[in-house]
Structures are given as C-alpha cells and as structure tokens.
Design a protein around this ligand. Structure first.
Ligand code: SF4
Ligand code: SF4
Ligand code: SF4
Length: 429
C-alpha cells in the first residue's frame, strides 16, 4: 500500500480553509486553491490509492507534478520524514558580549520641515513602509530638536557597534545643517559605510553639495504622487538633481504614494527613468477616512505574496522581515525600532545609551515579531510569504476592521476579494 510524502524542503502550511506550499529549494510560493488543498491534505494523511479514488484526475496531476519536479516521493510503507532547519538562528541573548551589527540606524535631527505636505505626521493617515520616507515620526514631540553635543557623546560610546546604513530622516535634516554635519563628521570616524540624508525639495545648494561630497553622503529625494500638491513639490526635483550630478553625488528616490491608483504609480515610475538613482523605494499613505481605500503595496501588488527562499522562510518564522536589527533615534533621544513605531524602547541619553534596549530585552517585541504573532495573520497560510510592515500589523491588533484596508484576503473563508479560484493544477516552477 503506497504512501506519499513531501520532501523536507517543501513546507506545507495549512490555513483555516486553504494552504500554501513553500517550495524552498526552488524559492517558489504556491497559494493552493481549496480543491488543491483538499488533495494535498488527503495525500499526506491517507494512503495514496484513497486520494486517487477520492479526487481522480486532479490528484493524478498533482502527484505527477510533485514527483517529476522532485518535490515528493512515494514509499511502500508509511514513513517518517525528519524536519529540516538550515541553520541555528542567531540570538543576541545567547551571547555574553555580542558584537552588535545593525542593518539601519535612523537618526532624526529635528521634527521640523518647511515643505508642509498635508499627510505628514497626520493622524488621519497610516503609513505603510513609512521608514522609506522623511515623514515626521509619530513618537516625537512636535518641533523637537536633538541635543547634538549629547548625541555625539553617545556616538563615541557606539564604537564596536557596526551599522550597515545610517539614514537621517524625520523632517528636513537640512534645516539644522551645522548640527547635521557635526554629527556626520563624528559618525565618519567609526563608520565608513553608507550614510544617507533625506533632502526635501528646494533644500540643496552648491556649498552644501560640496560638503556632502566630501563625506561621501547619499541623498534621498522624494517623488510625490501626481496630485496637485505633489506636482507642485516635484517641480524642484530637476534643479536638485542637476546639482547632485554636477558633484557626482549618489542619490536614491522614495516614491510617496498618496493616491490609491496604480496608474499614478506607473507615472511616478516613468518619471524615475529620466534619472539614474541608486535605489527606488516607496511609502504609501493610507487615508483612514476613506473606508474603500485598498493598500496598493507596490511593487508586490495587493496580493502581497512573495516567492521565498529557504533562508527567508526560516528567517520569517522568527523575525520581523522589516524591523529586525533596525534602530531609530528620535529628536527627543527616544530609541525606537523604526521611525513609524509609536512606543520607545528607551532613551539614548539614559545611563546605558544605545545598549539600554538590551538591558530589559525590549528589542524582542520588535525584532522577534514574525507575522505568526500577528493576531489577524497567525492562522493565515501566507504568513511566511506576505510582505511586512509591522507598524500596520500593530495597528491591526487595536483595530481588526483595518484588515479590509490592508489585506484583501479572507482567511476564514479562504478567498481573495474578486478572486476566481483556479480550478486546475497550473503550477509552474
Ligand atoms: S518633505 Fe518630508 S518631512 Fe517635509 S513635510 Fe513632506 S513628508 Fe514631511
Ligand atoms: S496580511 Fe496577514 S492575513 Fe493578509 S495575506 Fe498577509 S498574512 Fe495573510
Ligand atoms: S514597520 Fe517595517 S516597513 Fe513599517 S515603517 Fe517600520 S521598518 Fe518600515
């Protein structure tokens, strides 16, 4: 009596109604239809012949696909396949004197900006991937400005902490130019890596550009939606880029999406093609007073399901995909896991400086925060493939109604809004 088994690198995650197959060796994610879910359920829990009798042609096709592509095997007797873990995840608490490596350190010089975007620090909007923009931070006191002398003293104590990228954001860092350069000068003693500064339009001049070049700073520029206010703000973009290119300064773009319209997104993308940015990322503003709004979540789209690699899958079972190893220092000195987070871990000016977050393990709530801990997502089969913004997940805990805005998937009944479920086995590797 033959039995069917999926290989250990094929993860079958069952939701309430449907399931998702994570083909880790192929970095491929397949969200199964309800019918496919029933077939796979039967294959892994019953004898092979029983599944074939129950499901006929569709079972044949599924078995053939899985066997031909080396994703499963047939055994004569019922057998046990050992689980698979590619590595032991690194955990800070397991080490006495950890060498801390941060992915990104955000620094907010001040909460001020002279541009006046109407969505900025506005409680009527939720920020999706707000960390990718200069939007002012919700945790910071209005108008706050960092104590640069005290911050520099703390930076001196950060010797030994490696940081891959430092980003100055959260308002217009150019408004306090002297403080900005004083801090960058000190950071450059310890950090040879990437330092980026948000540069709202109409901020840069030739003298400043020369100094940015001297310290090898990358500038991040906003491209605003094609709304009336956005068009007005975009007007200065050309002038700024001319200066940057004249001094051979690297630049990135952030697309600020304020309109629920993918045509608008396409227009913004075409605008970026006129220039040569190093990187393009985006932040989306979700208006809370519009219950019909749907998160666009570009570039992955409304179905935020990624193809995940082996490493990514196991990483996502334990850590937040977006916040792990990130720290943000606000203009009040508060230490946050990211600029959009509301609750602070501690304060940089406290006795232990940046290390205060490890004194009470407060970093765990943010860094070790996979989607399996999000109430709305914990039973969803897509939780290890879904693109993350933990701040939104956090908002969901307080207001589950927001799920309709953020996610189009009904986990309980197993369908995407406006979905016509597949009726075949059209799987492709
Ligand atoms: S340019 Fe940035 S910081 Fe200034 S108002 Fe607009 S979003 Fe806020
Ligand atoms: S947001 Fe949550 S419920 Fe929606 S698809 Fe992603 S993991 Fe599933
Ligand atoms: S939760 Fe993640 S994606 Fe969202 S703003 Fe923070 S770091 Fe960015």
């Amino acid at each position: 009596m033959p039995y069917f088994k999926l290989y250990p690198d094929i993860k079958y995650i069952k939701g309430e109604k449907r399931a998702t197959l994570y083909l880790l060796g192929h970095s491929k994610t397949i969200h199964l239809s309800s019918k496919e879910t029933n077939v796979i359920n039967s294959l892994i829990s019953e004898e092979l012949d029983t599944t074939i009798v129950k499901f006929g042609d569709i079972a044949h096709k599924a078995i053939e696909y899985l066997l031909i592509n080396g994703l499963a095997a047939i055994y004569e007797k019922d057998s046990f396949t050992e689980g698979y873990l590619p590595f032991m995840p690194f955990q800070i608490k397991g080490y006495n004197e950890p060498q801390l490596m941060l992915e990104i350190l955000f620094i907010q010089i001040s909460d001020e900006c002279n541009v006046g975007c109407d969505f900025c620090k506005n409680d009527n909007y939720l920020n999706y991937e707000g960390c990718n923009s200069c939007i002012r931070w919700k945790n910071t006191t209005d108008g706050a400005k960092i104590n640069d002398e005290k911050l520099i003293q703390q930076i001196e104590k950060m010797d030994g902490i490696q940081v891959k990228e430092i980003i100055f954001s959260g308002g217009n860092p150019f408004l306090h130019w002297e403080s900005l350069i004083k801090i960058i000068k000190k950071l450059r003693v310890y950090n040879k890596g990437s330092i980026c500064v948000y540069c709202p339009q109409n901020t840069l001049d030739i003298e400043k550009a020369k100094i940015l070049k001297e310290y090898n700073i990358t500038v991040i520029l906003n491209i605003f939606s094609t709304t009336e206010q956005g068009q007005e703000l975009n007007k200065k973009l050309d002038d700024t880029i001319k200066i940057l290119e004249a001094y051979n300064i690297q630049y990135n773009f952030t697309l600020i999406l304020t309109s629920n319209d993918s045509i608008n997104y396409d227009k913004m993308i075409s605008k970026t093609k006129l220039y040569s940015p190093n990187r393009i990322s985006s932040t989306e503003l979700i208006p809370l007073n519009n219950s019909d709004y749907k998160l666009i979540s570009q570039p992955t789209g409304i179905k935020r399901i990624d193809d995940v690699s082996m490493l990514n899958f196991f990483y996502r079972t334990k850590y937040s995909t977006c916040m792990n190893k990130k720290i943000a220092i606000s203009a009040d000195g508060n230490i946050l896991p990211c600029p959009s987070w509301k609750k602070s871990f501690g304060n940089i000016f406290d006795k232990h400086g940046i290390r205060s977050i490890f004194k009470n393990d407060s970093y765990v709530d943010a860094w070790e925060n996979p989607k399996s801990k999000v109430v709305i997502c914990e039973n969803c089969e897509n939780k290890f493939a879904c693109v993350d913004c933990s701040c939104l997940d956090n908002e969901l805990k307080d207001d589950p109604k927001l799920l309709k805005v953020i996610c189009d998937y009904d986990t309980k009944n197993g369908y995407w809004r406006k979905e016509t479920e597949r009726n075949d086995f059209d799987w492709k590797l």
